[in-house]
Design a protein around this ligand. Sequence first.
Ligand code: NDP
Ligand code: 8X3
Length: 251
Amino acid sequence: MSKIALITGATSGIGKATAEIFADNGIDLILCGRRKDRLDELSEKLGKKVKVHTASFDVRDKEAVFAAIENLPESFSKIDILINNAGNAHGLSTIQDGDIADWEAMMDINVKGLLYVSKAVIPGMTERKSGHIINIGSIAGKEVYPNGNVYCASKHAVDAINKGMRIDLNQYGIRVGGIHPGLVQTEFSEVRFKGDTEKADNVYKGFAPLKGEDIADIIHFVVTRPYHVNIADLVVFPTAQASSTIVNKSL
Ligand code: NDP
Ligand code: 8X3
């Protein structure tokens, strides 16, 4: 029987690429994100390969998260794989110049949103004593870089939540792993710089960044290991990158 994966942030970047590779490999999909038009478009495309259900909600909206997950159609209700991917950076500035609305967005989406979705999905997994959760962190959850302050804090929280989930869900045989990418060219920097595409493009100039597909490929690898193998924690850089701040612009 094919597996069912719920992917948050499936409308773009890493989440969308993950949906595509899962569909190519026969994994049924619950696609989530706020942009319903994109969910519909992706569902139309991937629905030709696997069963697809879409759920459009803002992960900050607790009630909407629980309503969407608790009211899944019967055929999608047993979630095997949860990809906690939705998230973004909002702004890049010193702590003294930081915008409180940006701070709130990052903590509410990257941390609290991930917790709401997990809280809604985990009971089914513990009841069935089976499941696999992948939390998308970041190198920003392993290191702190200049002006990254609150985004880094949100991803350090994801790193801690990932470890905590693994410990607490171990007794149920549920696999939990974190994947922590470096620079991936998606809509991430456009969101960070509030639609300034020139500034966003500059982040990836002069070297070969990762693509959403590179991380998706790794996520697919992780979820297709034999049951006794749990890839618990993985940092993935483009070859040009050695740390948050060291990028070799000749590669
Ligand atoms: P994108 O901006 O391309 O995608 C972000 C996704 O998150 C979109 O599908 C978006 O959907 C969803 N999302 C954002 N806010 C919300 C919200 N409030 N409610 C529901 N969904 C939301 O960026 P990436 O693909 O790069 O980012 C995916 C994850 O990878 C994030 O957690 C990011 O922090 C992490 N990451 C990214 C790196 C990079 O360099 N790109 C590196 C390391 C980690 P919609 O707007 O439709 O709601
Ligand atoms: C995204 C990578 O270096 O911009 O999490 O924080 S970085």
